[in-house]
Design a protein around this ligand. Structure first.
Ligand code: SF4
Length: 447
């Protein structure tokens, strides 16, 4: 399963495409004795931001592996918001730590009422000091963004909405069972811009029935709507629910092999660069060369810690990683009974703390500063292999990834992981492949 560096037509790549694209590091496994732990005692040192999960959607998209449900009404959403507020307030201390980012993910946080949103923001303000210029980002379904909510966003200085476009192609939209229309995307983009909100589009590629040409058309159509950033993600076929595979069967679509997917990524990236975008992360492209996201710098970099609220939410700093139980029903029942969600927590090992820059930040951002970083021999050896293959350049204080290697950033993340982590993640990938049987063909993985 270990990826091996190879060259294909002068493009550096690996012999395998690891089909997981982003993960938190340290990995979430194992747990410690929790008897002495409560949110009231967890360290808020280094915390730079907050993640809020809003798990409700109007309908379910076939590819979506996130924690979400389409069974809800306004009463349930309001009850959930009160429980979230209770979880947020359980972190209250005498001193308020200053935060620089708030990220609303889901689900579809655009289904929040303006009142839901302002109540959550006020609860955050009772626990944290929100810095001036704090980055506030909200994931959005084009179908549900409304002027009243944008107005509340404006009042709280929301910086950015992320619209899950995925594709403009009718066949891909049918496969994905997207209920928002292209008109909804056009409307919500204009609406967000009219409230001074930056707009980011998510586009997916590598799914069944897609071609390089249709992906490039998606990029042109996205660009015409003038978003501030475009994120292009390969679909994670190991994580998609059964409804995706049922949709593939009923539409009679053929899968793409890993080599075609890689070509899509390269062509998509080249076109975005031609159109004047700048690559700011493994999958993110922005019109402004200065663009950056503090939330991502915490999760995929080493800027600081995050406290996450809601089912499945992850909290971490350099001392611990904690993850809430992923079930929405369990979260709501826990909050009702004991005002605290079921969670797991463990201490961060020294090697994980030391290596986060190398194993995540370098692949994800294409460079990292290594002043003061201590290497373990296993990682030094792997870095030396990459340096001699011309994939990584080392100058006095930085490691820099070659342009072509950035196309395989997720595989590089896996390649650089220490053996212990690789065994955990590799096991997960093997069991996902086994679960899917022949739906997931070998040529979707091996180049
Ligand atoms: S992709 Fe977004 S809108 Fe679709 S089901 Fe997932 S969370 Fe909901």
């Amino acid at each position: 399963m270990l990826p091996i560096a190879v060259k294909l037509n002068d493009i550096f790549t690996f012999n395998i495409e690891v089909p997981y694209y982003n993960w938190f590091y340290p990995l979430q496994y194992g747990e410690e004795d929790l008897t002495s732990f409560s949110p009231g005692t967890i360290s808020l040192n280094e915390v730079k931001g907050v993640y809020v999960h809003f798990p409700f959607c109007s309908s379910l998209c076939s590819f979506c592996p996130y924690i979400r449900t389409n069974i809800h009404d306004a009463n349930l959403r309001n009850r959930y918001v009160q429980q979230l507020i209770c979880e947020i307030k359980s972190y209250q201390r005498q001193e308020k730590p200053e935060i620089q980012c708030v990220f609303f993910g889901g689900g579809s946080p655009s289904l929040m009422s303006p009142n839901n949103f302002s109540e959550i923001m006020e609860a955050i303000k009772t626990v944290f000091h929100i810095s001036s210029g704090c980055e506030i980002c909200v994931e959005t379904n084009a179908m549900s963004l409304k002027p009243e909510l944008c107005s509340a966003f404006y009042d709280y200085n929301v910086s950015k909405v992320r619209i899950g476009v995925q594709s403009f192609d009718p066949c891909s939209r049918e496969l994905y069972q997207l209920r928002a229309t292209v008109d909804d995307i056009v409307y919500s983009t204009k609406l967000a811009h009219s409230y001074d909100l930056q707009v980011s589009f998510d586009l997916l590629f590598g799914h069944h029935g897609q071609s390089l040409e249709t992906f490039l058309v998606d990029i042109e159509k996205a660009n015409k709507l003038n978003p501030d950033t475009i994120e292009i993600y390969p679909i994670n076929l190991l994580a998609v629910p059964d409804r995706y595979w049922n949709s593939v069967l009923s539409l009679g679509l053929k899968g793409l092999n890993a080599r075609t997917r890689l070509k899509c990524f390269k062509a998509g990236r080249d076109r975005l660069l031609e159109l004047g975008y700048h690559q700011w992360s493994g999958h993110g492209f922005s019109r402004s060369p200065e663009f950056d996201l503090i939330y991502h710098r915490c999760v995929y970099g080493t800027l600081g810690g995050i406290i996450g609220f809601g089912p499945g939410a992850v909290s971490f700093n350099s001392e611990y990683i904690k993850w809430n139980h992923p079930s929405i029903a369990q979260y709501m029942s826990d909050m009702q009974k004991q005002s605290m969600p079921t969670f797991k927590i463990r201490r961060v090992f020294d090697y994980e703390r030391l290596l986060k820059k190398i194993v995540i930040e370098l692949p994800y951002y294409g460079s990292c500063n290594i002043e003061g970083v201590e290497f373990i021999p296993e990682i030094s050896n792997r870095l030396s292999e990459l340096i001699s293959a011309g994939v990584v350049q080392r100058n006095s204080s930085d490691l820099v990834l070659s342009d072509t290697a950035r196309l395989q950033y997720a595989t590089l993340m896996f390649y650089l992981l220490p053996k212990k982590d690789k065994d955990v993640l590799g096991q997960e990938i093997f069991s996902d492949c086994a679960r899917l049987g022949n739906k997931f063909r070998a040529d979707m993985l091996w180049l």
